[in-house]
Design a protein. Structure first.
Length: 217
């Protein structure tokens, strides 16, 4: 292969420079969006909020993200939901084969309640973002794929558990059970129900989880 000419080398370096700059711009915008979503106010940030926070112009924001909603959905999945599901997966993988179903269900309920209570000041945003996610069907599919990692971790736990307290499930059965379990935990928070986060809610989620994933005695 003949060596690159000076012009080709300069063009190559320019492309690399532009790629680096683009990555930094996207990173700065998504970080500013995450910071705004973590603030206490109940509404989603406006483009003006984002421009002031990130230091980039409206034109630059729209150059990289088609709409504000697509940006919020992207950050919600990549910076919030992905991290939460990874934490759940790690928690499941830490259980010993000698831990019974009560132990791991209680731990998962405690983990979920702790996270949702920390988000109590921003729960309205969480509710709005969850609705947005439904509108972006492709991102919803991506979330379902991320959830599959949790399901596979659960299936492995069921197979390796030595306490004879875990129900052995098929993948489809486990997927439906996980979605039902998440709904029981999250829905009262998202709906603003008075029981959200109470001891009554925790107890019900715990008993529901045991009924879903535990063996019938």
């Amino acid at each position: 292969m003949p060596p690159l000419s000076t012009k080709d080398t300069m063009e190559s370096e320019l492309r690399k420079s532009l790629q680096i700059r683009s990555k930094k711009t996207v990173s700065d915008i998504t970080q500013a969006t995450e910071d705004l979503l973590n603030e206490k106010e109940g509404h989603l940030p406006t483009i003006r909020d984002l421009v002031l926070k990130s230091g980039y112009s409206i034109g630059t924001v729209y150059r990289y993200f088609a709409t504000a909603d697509s940006l919020y959905t992207s950050v919600f999945i990549d910076r919030f939901l992905r991290k939460n599901l990874e934490n759940i997966e790690k928690t499941i993988e830490q259980f010993s084969p000698y831990d019974d179903v009560d132990t791991f269900i209680e731990s998962l309920v405690d983990l979920a309640f702790e996270r949702l209570k920390r988000k109590s000041n921003t729960i309205e945003k969480y509710r709005l973002l969850s609705k947005l996610l439904i509108q972006f069907s492709k991102r919803s599919e991506e979330l379902n794929k991320m959830l599959d990692d949790v399901i596979h971790a659960l299936l492995q736990l069921q197979q390796e558990n030595l306490t004879n307290t875990c129900k052995i499930m098929s993948e489809n059965e486990c997927r439906l059970a996980v979605r039902a379990f998440r709904s029981v935990i999250r829905s009262p928070f998202l709906e603003g129900a008075p029981m959200a986060g109470t001891e009554e809610h925790r107890k019900y989620a715990y008993e529901f989880g045991k009924a879903l994933f535990g063996k019938v005695k």
